[in-house]
Design a protein around this ligand. Structure first.
Ligand code: FBP
Length: 553
């Protein structure tokens, strides 16, 4: 297969490991720390995870490896959305397994968790692995969003494990997938199947983080990719001075991606969903905030600007949330068919008006018609509105246009407003991992092997001190149950890893809040440029602004 010159070079890149993992497998010793407890709902979580709850924190140190010599047959799964660096987790895991014992085996289960239940696998060897080093994507074995949750699925996973003599499974995934890893670990422990389960923290959304996990992998590369593009658009906007660009960025619920891109590019406006919710802002207030910037800039800088909109924004707008749940109620069960059978959009609107409260109808009524219709397009298997399909970048630009015409009529605005729309999501999920993600991911995989060797289960591979150079990184493990609490999901209380939303008191948001008034009016754009893989370390190994600010740097 033909490969690009950059890919050829990247295949040769040797990822950096934390200092304590650099002396070879024989020289990695373990230190156990404090016993742990879950972040909340301790009694409940303990009762649900009697065998894996409360285990100790783990740190690896330089020293004599005392792990029992045992042949390992490990299965690895990529779960959920792609994130740059996933291949390197597998490469790090493979290299450590082979360094420990060349007879160790690594099986890649294909297409996500269903690969384990359906026993679809490939045995990974040097030739296979070498073609994927430091590359983006999850195509090495594919990914999927199947959740292992029914008794039949657990039994099928156990049968696969028995068939191959698996000693461990490594699940590379986000909060839901690692919640699943904890449940699977407990299941295997209860069935005395001898299979350990280790998780690795993945998601470009950056919402799998807490006191122990400083960031999920992929966030660094994805936000750098989006920021490069946003910077390029800013420069184009500042050159032509004729467009307002509305840019939606991925991040299903939390706004970490939008915030990081704003810190890297200093746009005129960046909406943060968590702030919208905290201040209970309405759609109209948000549109006014953007219109204020448009009006002010039209008088000084010109009729151009850049607005970043997080993908999950509308869910954070309280009145919109209420509208969506009323629509979900209104069309529950058979009522969807009744609604779909109505011949015209006008008939449908009349049906909706009858079924909504007055407050929600008023919100619905001010939406542009294309957005109104998007609310009734595709629905998920539970019959809910798929909020991520709503083109919120267009929603806000259309609302702003309306606001500006009102202001023009009052003599408050005399500019020209022309909008361009963009959505940056998939283009960032499979980029060549930045040096940071390449190093971090390789270390996560290598470290997962150490956790397996030392017999741990229900742990998340943990690499910390990430804002420092890699030789100062700290390798270890954290029981997944420590990160869990009880939450209501689909009408039931479920144990889940707590999702990290943007902390409005945290330093990244505070920095943004302290500067945004100036950015809204002036042209203070920052142009980060493309990810650099070769060159000075202060460019190539740079971490995110979010991580640096969180660490007080
Ligand atoms: P994960 O949480 O599985 O990492 O996926 C995150 C994400 O990339 C979101 O940013 C986005 O909303 C979603 O996946 C898109 O999912 P899909 O690939 O199924 O369209």
């Amino acid at each position: 297969m033909e490969i690009s010159p950059l890919q050829k070079e990247r295949l040769q890149y040797q990822p950096k490991l934390p200092g304590m993992l650099r002396g070879g497998i024989a020289n990695i010793s373990v230190q156990e720390g404090e016993e742990t407890q879950s972040v909340a709902d301790q009694e409940k979580i303990k009762s649900l995870f009697p065998l894996t709850y409360g285990k100790r924190e783990i740190t690896f140190v330089k020293g004599q490896n005392t792990a029992p010599a045992k042949k390992q047959v490990v299965g690895v799964i990529l779960s959920g959305g792609q994130a740059p660096g996933g291949h390197n987790v597998i490469c790090g895991l493979y290299d450590a397994l082979k360094a420990a014992n060349k007879d160790n085996v690594l099986l890649g289960f294909k297409g996500g968790p269903s690969g384990l239940t359906d026993d679809k696998f490939v045995e990974l060897d040097d030739a296979f692995i070498n073609a994927y080093r430091n590359t983006g994507g999850f195509d090495i074995i594919g990914s999927g969003r199947t959740k292992i949750e029914t008794p039949e699925q657990f039994a099928a996973a156990e049968a696969t494990a028995k068939r191959h003599g698996l000693t461990a499974v490594v699940i590379i995934g986000g909060d839901d997938s690692n919640t699943n890893a904890a449940v699977l670990a407990e299941y295997f422990a209860a069935h005395k199947s001898g299979v350990q389960v280790i998780g690795c923290p993945k998601t470009i959304d950056g919402d799998l983080k807490n006191d122990d996990i400083e960031c999920s992998f992929g966030f660094d590369t994805a936000t750098k990719t989006y920021s490069e593009l946003i910077g390029n658009i800013e420069r184009d906007a500042n050159s032509a001075k004729k467009y307002w660009h509305f840019i939606k960025v991925m991040g299903r619920s939390a706004s970490h991606v939008a915030l990081e891109c704003a810190l890297e590019t200093q746009p005129n406006i960046c909406l943060i969903g968590e702030e919208v919710a905290a201040k209970k802002m309405s759609l109209s207030q948000i549109a006014d905030q953007i219109a204020d910037s448009v009006v002010a800039r039209s008088k000084t800088e010109g009729n151009f600007g850049v607005v970043i909109v997080p993908e999950g924004i509308v869910e954070f707008v309280p009145e919109f949330g209420t509208l969506i749940s009323e629509i979900n109620e209104l069309l529950a069960g058979e009522k969807t068919a009744e609604f779909n059978a109505l011949p015209t959009w006008e008939d449908k609107k009349a049906y909706i008006k009858k079924g909504l409260t007055e407050a929600s109808w008023n919100v619905f009524d001010i939406l542009p018609e294309n957005i109104q219709q998007q609310l009734f397009l595709e629905r998920d298997p539970h019959g809910n509105v798929q909020v991520s399909l709503i083109e919120s970048e267009k929603l806000f630009s259309q609302m702003v246009a309306k606001k500006l015409e009102e202001r023009r009529a009052k003599g408050e605005y005399n500019g020209k407003f022309s909008a361009q729309h963009h959505f940056f999501g998939y283009e960032g999920r499979c980029a060549f991992p930045s040096n940071f993600d390449a190093d971090y991911c390789y270390s996560l995989g290598y470290n997962a092997c150490m956790l397996i060797q030392y017999g741990y289960t229900g742990y998340l591979s943990k690499i910390s001190n990430l804002s420092k150079p890699a030789d100062q990184w700290v390798a270890g493990g954290m029981p997944i149950t420590k990160m869990m609490n009880m939450e209501r999901r689909n009408g039931e209380d479920k144990p889940v890893i707590r999702k990290a939303l943007v902390d409005l008191d945290g330093k990244p948001f505070q920095y943004f809040a302290a500067h945004r008034a100036k950015w809204a009016v002036e042209t203070d754009y920052l142009y980060p440029g493309a990810i650099q893989y070769y060159g000075p370390s202060d460019v190539c190994d740079l971490t995110t602004r979010t991580l640096a600010l969180e660490k007080g740097e």
